[in-house]
Structure formats: structure tokens, C-alpha cells
Design a protein around this ligand. Structure first.
Ligand code: ADP
Length: 708
């Protein structure tokens, strides 16, 4: 039963009672009239029966038609009044009969109201008073016995006051009932919700504690908390929440708690009763507990998650370590392979300049070719591993694109000439010349693609087209296309060609050599520079390898520009003339490399002193003035980086500024950065190309001379 229904049922019971009382009074009044005016007895009987019938009918109508109490009361009141008004006006009645009719009407009207709604009892009282006064004035004029009038008035008034008092009491009772019902409903809801809370708290699968904000004392715990910590309620109540924290965390935990924020999440280590540690995530909420603000702490056991996290971190560290070791291994390998290769290639080159017959020359050339091929393979594998390990960084320096293309073309043209094919460069005038990016990587990509194009082309040739495809005020998206008229790539192989160790046909390796890594490296290098690379190829007709990279524009660097031009124009003889007699300190531990470098340098007319390691070199620079140091990197006693740093930090300006060129067998990407970081001026990898070495030496010595 809803609240509304409950009130209604209680009110209607009392209304029925009111109605019965009013009805009884009315009947009593009628009966008494019968005795007083016995000659009119049938009139009274009829009237009383009519009243009873009207009441009964209206009750039936109301329940049948489900008409609301208020409306039904109004209908009944109006119909009764109309009926009596009619009788009163038309019938030839004596004054006493009229009196009786009037009273009966008043009672019936009042009774009707009472039956349906207490509100109307007030109207009915007013109505009865009005009728009474009316009656008094009407009938006192026509000479009626005063006794009867007074008697009738008395009965009337008594009856109405009775009804009024009943009604007032009803009204009060109803209000009371309403209030009581509401109160009990609220209490019921409150009880229900507090019971629900209790269940929620006690049976929550997450350990929960309530503790005092003022004292941090634990006030209440749930079953799960008992289970998790191993303390029972009694023991818990002796503890403060801080006692659960590790002693070293307590101060911070207290600080955390004293910040009166609700819904705070924090992660801590808690100590259980058995002294084991539980990693927990605490969600804190300020609540009202027994009328005092308290903290509700939900405690999430994240020990497993934390352990898992620790395991993951350990695994990651191990993986990183093994990557590091791999990288170290590659670096060592590189050194180990390159050092003897340096000897082989260098000494073979020296041999080339000695007296030999045709066959010997031919064999020697074969040795050089094989060594060079071997170097390409070693370099590819090293680069690939390095990129794969994510250890490659892209530099951002200003460079001269024209110069890069020219130098690249000059170097590659030698190979093209050997095969009798052309190599052309077609640079659109719209392409900016001075740009910011990584020239080393760009050169590496071009060398790879052009190298492949030459390798796979027997007739016709190779063209490098460079144009701008998009530009803003500060950047240009430059497209490089390397096209050849070679063998082309079958369409079903194009998608796989960029994958590592993939070659278009198995016979390629046999006829052209190679590892299948060049394109993979090129693709990775392009993508590291946020570019794209793709192929257009027709089998048997040729291929075009395109890539786009966006470069920032640089302001033209005239100093660099002049330098490159100067360098390019000066011939070897002129350089050698200029550098004749310079003092070079060679820091090198490997006997064959020592022999090779000394031979090359002295052939050029330079004076060479040898230091067998970094430590010796430190002593020697203090004793003699050198124009340049050629510094090996890995050496016993003291390596090249340390030696360079020592020289650079030296107090004597006489040698702290000396140009140092690194000569290292490690060709790993990033090695040059390490050298520059240590304070070296330039860098050359072993096996070195004598021409390249000469350029680097002259570059350093000439700029040093200029500075001086
Ligand atoms: P490698 O040349 O060392 O084998 P690459 O990754 O540079 O490795 O090339 C993979 C393969 O792609 C080559 O073996 C060759 O089959 C094919 N390829 C690359 N460039 C060309 C080209 N310009 N014309 C025809 N085929 C090519």
C-alpha cells in the first residue's frame, strides 16, 4: 500500500463514523419531532427514509462510478438542497413542518460532506449556522411557540458542534497520521539504507577501514580487511592507520592524510600482522561516521601487479642490456674485421704502385675489388643492426645539396664509366640549395640506390632527378628519383623488395653479389627522416626508386660554400706542395696499421712521429709542436676519446687547440658524434681511402693555418 492509499483508508474509516453520528442525530431529531407533532408522523417517517435512501444511493453511485469524494459531496449537497427547496416552496406546509424540513436539509448536507471529505465540514458548519439564523427570523415572526424554537435550536447547535468537534479531531488525527506515516516511512528507508551500507561495507570484497580524521585511529574495519592484514577488530582498534605504513613512509603518509581532500588515490606499502609487505592502492573518501567526519579507506591489494611490474622492468633492463651487449659486440666485430681489412686494402694499394707484370696487376685488382665488396657487406650489416636496435639519430645540419649531389655523382660515375653507361643529375632550379637535414644519411640513401641502379643496368644509364613537390616559406618537400634502364623488377617482387635480405631473384646474388640489405637500410633511413620511399618498375625496361624528404631552408652559408669549392679545385699536387713538411703525430697501436699509415704519410712528404697509445701521445704533444694528430680510438692504456679530452683540457694553448682527426675501425652510425663530442675535429674510418685522408688533413691544417 502506498502512503496515499494508507492515509485514504484511515480517513475514510473515520469519515464513516462521522457520517453515522450525523445520520443518527438526524434520525433522533426526526423521531423527536414525531412525538412533538404527532399529527404529521408520516411526513417525518417519509423524510427520514428519503434521507437514508439518498445517502445509500450516493454511496453506491460513488463506489460504482469511482467518482472522487469531493465531487460526489458537491453533487449530493446540491441535489438535496434542490429537493428540499422544492418541497418547501410548493407544498402547503405548516410552519413546524417547514422548520423540520430546514433542519433535515442542514443535517443531510452536513452528513453528506462528512461522508466524503473533512474539508467540507467547515462549509457545512457555516451552512447550518446560516440556516438556523434564517429559521429563527422566519419563524419568530409568525408567532411560534418559543419553547419549540429554543429546543430545536439547542438540539441543532449541539449536533453541529459535535460534528465540528469530530471533524477538528479528524483533521488533527489525519495530520498526525500523515506525519507518522511519513516519519515511519523515512525511518524505514533510513534503516534500509543503513542496513544496505552495513552489508556493502562488511561484505565488500575489498578491504575497507574507517579511521578518525583527528587521531588517525582505526574505528571500523570490514571482514576483508581482517583477512588481508591478519589483525582482528580488537587489535585493529588499537592501531592508527599510520601503524600500517612502513616506518620510513609514515611521515609522508601523515602529510598525505592531513591534506583534507576526498577521493584521493595513493600507492603505499603496508605491513601485515605477520610482517609481510602488501603493496596497496588506497582510495580515500571523507564520510560522516557516527556524526563525525572520518576517512573511509578502500584498500586495493596490488602486490601482484607491482611484482609483475618489477618483473617487467627487470626483463626490460635485461633486454636493454642484451641489446647493449649486441651493439658492443657489433662495435667490437667491426673493429676486429676492419683492422685487418685496413691492412689488406692499404697495403694492396701501396703494392699497386710497385713494379708488377700484367697478371700480378690483375690479381691485385681482384684483391682490391673483393676487399671493397667485403667492406660494403660489413658496413651494411653494421648499419642494419644499428638501425634495428633503434640507435640511429638523424642529424640536423645545414648543407649544400648541390655539392652533395656533385660529389656523389663524381664518385658513382667511376663505376658507371667502368660499365660504359651514363650517370646524369637533373636538379630542378626550384629546389633550394642550402637546406637543413642529415647530409650523411641522404648521401647514404643515394649511394645505395644509385649503386643498385648501376649494378643492375647493362645498357643506357642512370639518372638522378631532384625536384620540389611542395613548399612553404620555411620548408621544401624534395623528391629524389633514381631511374635506370636496367633489368627492372618483376611486379610480384616489388612489394617484398624493401624487406631485409630480399633479392628480386635468387640468381641476383650469384651475378651481382649483395646482401639484400641496401634497400631495407635506405627505407629505414628515409622513414627516420619522416619521408616515404617507393618503386616504379617495369620488368626488363628499368626501375625508378623515388623518395621524398621534407627539409627546412637554411640561410646560405658562404664560408662553407667557399671552402668546398676551394677544396674541389685544388689538385693533389698543390695540396702536397702546401703541406710539405708538416708534423703529424700518429697515435696507433696496431703494427700493420702503423706501418701502412706511416708509409702513406711519409710518401706525401709529411714528418710522422708514432705514439703507441693515448697515454704516450699526451707526453709527446707536450714535447713537440704538431700540426695534426691522427688518433686511433681503441688502444691499450688510454683510448682515443680520453686522450683527446685530456689534450683539449690541457693548460697549454700550444697543443690544446691542435687539430685531431679520428681514425677508427668502428664504422657504427653515431661513432662520428662520439668523436666530435670528445673534441675531435674530424673522423675517418679504417680502412681509409688515402685521397679522403689527404683531404681531411689538408682541410684541418689549412684552416688551422688560416686561424693562425
Ligand atoms: P642488394 O643489392 O645488396 O642485394 P638491396 O636491398 O639493395 O640489396 O636490393 C635488393 C634487391 O632488389 C636486389 O637484389 C635486386 O634484386 C633488387 N633491385 C634493387 N635495385 C634494383 C634496380 N635498380 N633494378 C633492378 N633490381 C633492383
Amino acid at each position: 500500500m502506498t502512503l496515499q492509499e494508507q492515509i485514504k483508508s484511515r480517513i475514510s474509516k473515520q469519515h464513516c463514523l462521522g457520517c453515522k453520528v450525523a445520520f443518527g442525530v438526524n434520525i433522533l431529531w426526526g423521531i423527536s419531532n414525531y412525538f412533538i407533532f404527532s399529527e404529521n408522523k408520516w411526513t417525518y417517517v417519509t423524510i427520514n427514509l428519503c434521507v437514508a435512501a439518498i445517502i445509500l444511493t450516493s454511496i453506491i453511485i460513488r463506489t460504482r462510478l469511482k467518482i472522487s469524494g469531493e465531487n460526489m459531496g458537491l453533487i449530493a449537497m446540491l441535489s438535496t438542497l434542490t429537493a428540499f427547496a422544492y418541497i418547501y416552496n410548493t407544498a402547503d406546509l405548516i410552519a413546524f413542518q417547514k422548520l423540520t424540513f430546514t433542519h433535515a436539509a442542514a443535517f443531510i448536507g452536513a452528513g453528506m460532506f462528512l461522508l466524503w471529505h473533512y474539508k467540507y465540514s467547515i462549509i457545512s458548519v457555516a451552512y447550518a449556522i446560516l440556516i438556523n439564523s434564517l429559521y429563527y427570523f422566519l419563524f419568530s415572526k409568525i408567532n411560534i411557540d418559543d419553547y419549540l424554537i429554543q429546543g430545536a435550536l439547542m438540539v441543532m447547535t449541539t449536533a453541529f458542534f459535535m460534528v465540528v468537534s469530530i471533524q477538528v479531531r479528524y483533521a488533527l488525527t489525519i495530520k498526525e497520521i500523515e506525519a507518522n506515516i511519513r516519519l515511519s516511512e523515512n525511518q524505514r528507508l533510513l534503516k534500509q539504507s543503513s542496513e544496505q551500507h552495513k552489508v556493502l561495507f562488511n561484505e565488500n570484497p575489498i578491504p575497507m577501514l574507517i579511521c578518525s580524521i583527528e587521531t588517525d585511529k582505526i574505528l571500523k574495519i570490514n571482514f576483508k580487511a581482517e583477512q588481508a592484514y591478519g589483525y582482528n577488530l580488537k587489535e585493529f582498534k588499537k592501531l592508527s592507520i599510520l601503524d600500517l605504513h612502513l616506518s620510513e613512509d609514515r611521515l609522508e603518509a601523515q602529510r598525505n592524510f592531513s591534506s583534507d581532500k576526498s577521493n584521493v588515490r595513493s600507492i603505499w606499502s603496508h605491513q601485515k600482522k605477520d610482517a609481510t609487505i602488501m603493496e596497496v592502492e588506497i582510495i580515500e573518501k571523507i564520510i560522516d561516521y557516527k556524526g563525525r567526519p572520518s576517512r573511509l579507506l578502500s584498500i586495493n591489494d596490488i602486490t601482484n601487479v607491482k611484482n609483475y611490474e618489477k618483473k617487467l622492468i627487470r626483463a626490460k633492463q635485461e633486454a636493454e642490456k642484451s641489446k647493449e651487449m649486441q651493439s658492443q659486440f657489433l662495435s667490437n666485430m667491426s673493429h676486429e674485421i676492419r683492422t685487418p681489412m685496413n691492412g689488406i686494402i692499404g697495403i694492396t694499394r701501396i703494392l699497386q704502385n710497385t713494379e708488377m707484370d700484367k697478371e700480378q696487376k690483375h690479381f691485385l685488382n681482384a684483391i682490391i675489388k673483393s676487399s671493397e665488396n667485403l667492406m660494403v657487406i660489413i658496413n651494411d650489416i653494421l648499419d642494419f643492426s644499428k638501425i634495428d636496435a633503434g640507435k640511429v639519430t638523424i642529424e640536423k645540419t645545414e648543407f649544400d645539396l648541390d655539392n652533395l649531389l656533385t660529389v656523389n655523382q663524381e664518385i658513382m660515375a667511376i663505376k658507371a664509366q667502368e660499365k660504359g653507361i651514363y650517370l646524369t643529375v637533373d636538379k630542378d632550379p626550384s629546389v633550394p640549395n642550402w637546406i637543413i637535414g642529415d647530409p650523411v644519411r641522404l648521401n647514404q640513401i643515394l649511394t645505395n640506390l644509385v649503386g643498385n641502379a648501376i649494378k643492375f643496368t647493362e645498357t643506357g644509364g642512370v639518372n638522378i632527378a631532384v625536384k620540389t613537390i611542395e613548399s612553404t616559406q620555411t620548408t621544401s618537400k624534395i623528391k629524389f628519383s633514381v631511374s635506370d634502364t636496367g633489368i627492372g623488377i618483376p611486379s610480384d617482387k616489388i612489394d617484398d623488395i624493401f624487406k631485409s635480405f630480399t633479392q628480386a631473384s635468387d640468381s641476383t646474388t650469384r651475378t651481382h653479389g649483395g646482401t639484400g640489405l641496401g634497400l631495407t637500410i635506405s627505407k629505414q633511413l628515409v622513414e627516420l627522416q619522416d619521408g616515404q620511399i617507393w618503386i616504379e618498375s617495369e620488368f626488363g625496361k628499368g626501375s625508378t626508386f623515388n623518395f621524398v624528404i621534407t627539409y627546412s631552408h637554411a640561410i646560405q652559408n658562404t664560408e662553407n660554400n667557399n671552402k668546398t669549392i676551394v677544396l674541389k679545385k685544388i689538385t693533389n699536387e698543390k695540396i702536397l706542395e702546401e703541406l710539405k713538411g708538416i708534423n703529424i703525430l700518429l697515435v696507433e697501436d696496431h703494427p700493420i696499421n702503423q706501418m701502412l699509415a706511416i708509409k702513406v704519410l711519409t710518401d706525401w712528404g709529411f714528418n710522422v712521429d708514432l705514439a703507441e697509445n693515448g697515454l704516450i701521445s699526451l707526453k709527446m704533444v707536450g714535447e713537440k709542436e704538431y700540426d695534426l694528430i691522427l688518433m686511433d680510438i681503441s688502444m691499450p692504456e688510454m683510448d682515443g676519446y680520453t686522450a683527446t679530452k685530456e689534450i683539449r683540457s690541457g693548460a697549454h694553448t700550444s697543443y690544446s687547440q691542435i687539430p685531431i682527426v679520428a681514425m677508427t675501425a668502428s664504422a657504427l652510425i653515431g661513432e662520428n658524434q662520439k668523436c666530435f663530442k670528445a673534441g675531435m675535429n674530424d673522423y675517418i674510418t679504417k680502412p681509409f681511402d688515402p685521397q679522403n685522408l689527404l683531404e681531411k688533413i689538408s682541410n684541418q691544417v689549412i684552416s688551422k693555418l688560416k686561424r693562425a
